[in-house]
Design a binder for this molecule. Structure first.
Ligand code: ZN
Ligand code: ZN
Ligand code: ZN
Length: 361
């Protein structure tokens, strides 16, 4: 990764937006710029990028050994237990009119900085870095592809597994194990929602026993070599009810149309509108209660979002999910999700696991 190049692009964007200092702490902005991921500790880690000064990483001394030095990108300033790191950051940011600060920075530190720098205006670092992080380079797309292939293999393997008589928690445990076995360094989530539970899009698995006729939604992903996977596939124990089959056919058509619409130059909101339009024709749009997709990369959810109101045109390298769903309260829920990359040759799906309703035992 060419961190120096990323930093140069970041500075150009700071200039464009009139941001004097960028502060990145916990979360993916820091590894994007430095390769170093801060543990979400109560101790402050902060990369301070002033527009015309060398970047400085203020880091607890005990964490410093984990930082891989990049002398052409930033210098390292370890602080000791009795030092005040906020004071150090405030000194580095002194005189700044506008400070962009990472979304996941602990409020404690933001409040302390605001107190020390009363004349500065604080904005979100996502304004600076969101659009940069959203456009993936070839190396990043390769990592997303590898992560997608890993969860594809799990989705395929699950088609041969027994669901009947198991609890959601038991299936979730299996998914968690498989995600790690497949080479992810961490599990981000494994939603297993059976029967009426799937009508809640982010249902948290419980001890409900999966019965014959149940539709089971599995939405899972992790982080592999820093990049995220995210896939949703549907399973049904025995023959699906005709209403399930019909709704799923409409959902597949909606997802397919939305993926095909995701060409370079198309506004993100159009991808959402296309999925919604297909579901509207099937009288299911009222039950599609969330946006069509989210960007994916170092973070499981990041720019760009496929949602009404986001007029950002897709550019080559945008990576995002296309995941329409249909949620019928008290009855069942369905979702189908793939990761897609916009390219000059058209939309490219990174997930290839079969998309049909998998009939399982
Ligand atoms: Zn979700
Ligand atoms: Zn998902
Ligand atoms: Zn997703």
């Amino acid at each position: 990764v060419r961190y120096a190049e990323r930093l140069a692009r970041t500075r150009a964007r700071m200039e464009e937006l009139g941001v004097d200092v960028l502060c990145c702490s916990v979360g993916p902005d820091l590894p994007y710029l430095t390769g170093y991921e801060a543990m979400p500790l109560e101790r402050l880690t902060m990369l301070v990028v002033a527009r015309d000064e060398p970047a400085v990483l203020v880091v607890p001394r005990l964490e410093a050994p984990r930082v891989e030095p990049q002398p052409d990108v930033f210098s390292i300033e370890p602080w000791d237990e009795t030092d005040d790191p906020v004071d150090r950051v405030a000194t580095l940011a002194r005189g700044a009119h506008t400070i962009a600060i990472g979304d996941q920075t602990w409020a404690r530190f933001v409040l302390a900085l605001q107190e020390r720098l009363p004349s500065a205006r604080f904005t979100s670092a996502t304004e600076v870095l969101g659009p940069l992080r959203a456009v993936k380079g070839p190396d990043e797309i390769e990592r997303l592809r590898a992560a997608a292939e890993a969860v594809d293999a799990i989705a395929v393997a699950m088609r041969e597994q027994r669901f009947h008589g198991r609890t959601e928690l038991d299936v979730q445990r299996e998914l968690n194990e498989r995600i790690l076995e497949a080479g992810h360094e961490r599990v981000n989530f494994a939603i297993v929602a059976s029967g009426p539970n799937a009508a809640s899009p982010h249902h948290d698995a419980i001890d409900r026993v999966i019965e014959v006729g149940d539709v089971v939604l599995c939405d899972f992903g992790g982080t592999m070599h820093r990049y995220c996977s995210d896939i949703t596939r549907m399973f049904v124990v025995g023959e699906p009810a005709p209403e399930v089959r019909d709704a799923y056919d409409a959902l597949c058509a909606a997802q397919d149309a939305a993926v095909r619409a995701a060409t370079v130059g198309t506004p993100c909101e159009e991808v959402d509108a296309v999925a919604r339009g297909v579901l509207r024709e099937a009288q299911l749009a009222d039950w599609f209660v969330h946006r069509t997709g989210h960007g994916i990369g170092l973070d499981a959810h990041e720019d760009p979002y496929m949602v009404a109101g986001n007029t950002t045109p897709l550019v080559a390298g945008h990576a995002f999910s296309v995941e329409p769903g249909v949620y019928l309260p008290g009855r069942f829920g369905l979702r189908l999700e793939d990761i897609v990359v916009a390219s000059d040759d058209g939309p490219v799906r990174l997930n290839h696991a079969p998309r049909d309703l998998a009939i399982v035992d």
